[in-house]
Structures are given as C-alpha cells and as structure tokens.
Design a protein around this ligand. Structure first.
Ligand code: F0G
Length: 468
C-alpha cells in the first residue's frame, strides 16, 4: 500500500457532488464537442481540471472576508496584503491584479518589443500566449534530466542553464528583456526547481544585464521540495527557503489562485522603481487603482492569509503527499506517469499508454474524454491539443515532446477516497485502452484553442464504454 497522507483539517462546510448517469455523461461530452472545458461543472463528479482557484479556503480566510475594507484607495486589507507579499517575496513594490495572466499581460506589454525573446524553463500556456500576443518569441529551456521519465531526479523543473547561456550568446542580451523561471514548472509535470539552479540562472542573467522574473504560482510547493530534496535545506523553515528563492529574482508574476489558496487574485512585485511606475500606468488603465488592482478588499485579506497558510509545513507534507498517493495508485493501475510526482498534479503519459493514436489525433484528449465518460472525472490534455504549434516556415504542426493528461488536485478539497475512485476509473480505462480512438478538431480559434475548440472522435464506434 502506498503512503496515505492524513488530511490535517476537518470539514466544516460541505458541497454536494454527484455522478451523472452513463447516458448523461455520454450525451454531455458529445454536446460539449468533446471538450471538457465546455461541460457544466454540475455534471462533473470529481473535477481535476485545474488546481487554480478551485481550492477550499480555511476558517481564518473566511473570517478574513468579514474584515474586508472596500474603500477605493488604501484599504486596511491592502496594507496587510502589501506587507505579506513584501515579506515572502522580498520585493519593494507590489501591484495587485485579479489573476496571473494579467500580471503577464501588464509585464510583457510594458517591457517586450516585437521580435524579442523570452526564455523560460517552460512557459505555461497563458505566459506563452501573452508573449506571442505582444510579438515576442517564447523559448522553452527545460533541463536535460527531464527526458528520462522514470528517473527520480528531484528537480526536473530546472532551467537548462547551459542552454540559456548559449541562447543569450546567440541572439544577444538586447533581444531578451527578461528571463522567466516557472516555479514549480507546471507544463513539464509540476516539477520543482532547485535553489542551485535558481542561483545559477540568476548569475547568467546578471552577467548579461537581464532581469530574472519568477512565474511564482506554486512557490510554496517549490520551496517544500527544496526542503525535502536539496542538500543543506532539510532543517530550514519553508518560509525562509521561499524568501531566499525570491530574493534571487528581480520580479515576481503571481497567480494567487494556486499557492495563494484563494479563488481569485494575483500580483506583480518588482524591485525596480522606474519599472514599477511604468507597470502601474497600465495597471490603473486595465485593472484598477494600485491599492486594489481589480480585487475586493476582502479578497486582498483572504490572499494575505492564504499566502502564509500555504507555507505551513504540515499542510505542505499532506498536499504533496496526496499527489504522490494519487500517482502511486495510478501507477498500480498501469498508467505511465511522469516521475517523481510534482506539487500539484499527476501527469499520465497518454502517448505511451495509447501508442496506436498518433500525436495529431490527440491521445491525451482521448484519455481525457474517457475519464469523463467512465467516471464523470474532468482532467485536461497537455499535449498536441494545448501546445501543438504551426512551424511558420513549413506550415507543419509541431507536437510537444509528450502527450500528457494532467490530473490537477485542488487544494484541501478532495479526500483520499476521491483519489482512490479516480484510480479505480483509470484501472478500467487501462483495461480497455486498445478501444480508445483519436480525435480531430472541428472548430478552433487562433489563440489558446484548447479552451474553446470542438472535436470529433475519429471512428464510427464510440470508444470503449460498455457498462456503468
Ligand atoms: N503561470 C502558471 C505557471 C500557471 O500555472 C498559470 C495558470 C498562470 C501562470 C496563469 O494564472 O490562471 O491566474 O491567470 N494555471 C492554471 C492551470 C490555469 O490550470 O494550470 P491565472
């Protein structure tokens, strides 16, 4: 039996969920154009679409909402928020905004020129889209260790620092307004980045006069893995590790919907006064006055409390333990997964599990549809559907390295019984894997197509499902 982490909380409020019938699920996914983003949330039993904005707030956070000060300017919650962000993230200027992608938009709109490059250990999809939207070129530089799926190297989220140095040499520092590190590295499996890699990346940036920014959505989970797995950090408090990580960055882009433990919120934090001033101009135009940035006073309060709670070590042991538990159960079910499991999700390698489905028929999507049809479980494809891009020279579609399905676990929301249910459904899918079919896109937008596109199964026979 794998280690079962015990929830370090008891449940005070419940929200009912129920499993629709098989007929309803088959009809529901068909009506959604085989796109799980289009299914009504009430028709979902266990929702592992994302860990973003979906977690449960604590009693202190709910209490915090009651002391919301909704003044237009300089509310008391703003001062609490500003002090908390400065304390953890070690920056002089804090700019609130309503979620992470706004932070990206404001930053890139301000510092990026057409044709500039943004290197990143791996872009998340909104970061990539915001870069491209402003005429920039997103460059992914994940570390080499990532290629060995079975290796238990604990910091597979690292930046390929040799690759970064070579890339800067090649295009020149003037074409790179910022280097970004994503902590943890969501798109490659929620894998953490080591402190040594942060230090090395910072050195390279400093040598070339390029600022280093963190995409810090899961900073607390990253700090926990440093404590657990990096020599010299075992006895340190996670809070102080997080502070040390952040001290190496010149700026932070944050989606507080993850390790802020809230349903909505984000911020930018920077050290450069001139940059802060320029960012503020756009912030005021698109989000709001700089002491609320599109958020309510009560939201700022909940974030301030959530950020500190996310650094609680009992919570982090349970949080990462639950992900590892789900990972182990899925392995036992016969699913190839990215190892070691990261901080917020388990990633199934659907390309490996379903070799009969070519990348451009979206094996990850096939499995995602099957999780819903069989178990009312919502997961998300992270493969050619989300990240497939068209080569501007040849016009051919380029697939990412892997065709993954992400099972992201909301924070403090589902019990271990829910995890066991998911693994039971996975066992059934693995048994019938040869019956799963590929998909083709019927209708798609220009950017972030996975959110809204519709698809069709490539077969006369619907895949797999025979009984409840
Ligand atoms: N950066 C990372 C690493 C993210 O994972 C996300 C969102 C964002 C930025 C954007 O933040 O949603 O607040 O605008 N990730 C979610 C996910 C959506 O499902 O992984 P946002």
């Amino acid at each position: 039996m794998p280690n079962k982490p015990i929830e370090p909380f008891r449940i005070k409020v419940t929200e009912p969920i129920s499993l629709p019938s098989l007929e309803e699920r088959i009809k529901g996914i068909e009506e959604a154009g085989y796109n799980v983003f289009r299914i009504r949330s009430e028709d979902i039993f266990v929702d592992l679409l994302t860990d973003s904005g979906t977690g449960a707030m604590s009693q202190n956070q709910w209490a915090g909402l009651m002391i919301g000060d909704e003044a237009y300017a300089c509310s008391r919650n703003w001062f609490h928020f500003e002090a908390t962000v400065k304390h953890i993230f070690q920056k002089r200027f804090v700019l609130p905004c309503h979620q992470g992608r706004v932070a990206e938009n404001i930053l890139f709109s301000t510092i990026l020129k057409k044709g500039d490059y943004i290197p990143n250990n791996t872009h998340f999809d909104t970061t990539r889209a915001n870069t491209m939207h402003k005429g920039g070129i997103a460059v992914d530089l994940p570390c080499r260790e990532l290629d060995d799926e079975e290796s238990d190297f604990p910091f597979k989220g690292n930046m390929d620092t040799a690759g970064l140095a070579a890339f800067i040499n090649k295009v020149g520092p003037d074409k790179i307004p910022v280097v970004v590190m994503t902590l943890t590295n969501n798109s490659v499996g929620g894998q953490p980045v080591s402190m040594a890699n942060i230090v090395e990346t910072k050195k390279i940036c400093e040598r070339n006069g390029i600022p280093l920014f963190f995409d810090a959505a899961r900073f607390a989970e990253n700090a926990w893995f440093i404590k657990m797995n990096e020599t010299g950090f075992g006895k340190r408090a996670v809070e102080s590790i997080a502070q040390e990580m952040c001290a190496h960055a010149d700026g932070i882009m944050m989606s507080a919907k993850k390790d802020g433990l809230v349903n909505m919120g984000g911020f930018l934090a920077v050290n450069d006064e001139d940059l802060a001033g320029r960012l503020k101009e756009l912030l005021i135009m698109i989000e709001g006055f700089p002491t609320y940035g599109g958020l309510n006073g009560r939201d700022l309060e909940a974030i301030s409390i959530g950020l500190m709670e996310s650094l609680n070590e009992e919570y982090l042991a349970y949080r990462t333990g639950q992900i590892a538990y789900l990972g182990e159960l899925l392995r036992q079910a016969g699913c190839p997964i990215i190892m070691p499991t990261g901080g917020h999700a388990v990633f199934i390698d659907a390309g490996k599990l379903l070799p009969h489905i070519p990348a451009l028929q979206f094996p990850g999507q096939s499995m995602t549809v099957e999780f819903y049809r069989r178990g009312g479980i919502r997961t998300v494809e992270i493969g050619s559907l989300m990240f497939g891009s068209v080569d501007p020279e040849t016009g051919e579609t380029i697939s990412p390295k892997r065709e993954l399905v992400r099972l992201a676990v909301p924070r403090r929301m589902y019990t271990n019984t829910h995890m066991e249910y998911v693994a039971d459904v996975a066992t059934e899918i693995v048994k019938d894997k040869d019956k799963l079919r590929g998909y083709k896109i019927v209708d798609e937008p220009d950017f972030l197509r996975h959110f809204t596109c519709t698809m069709q199964e490539i077969t006369e026979n619907p895949a797999g499902v025979v009984s409840e």
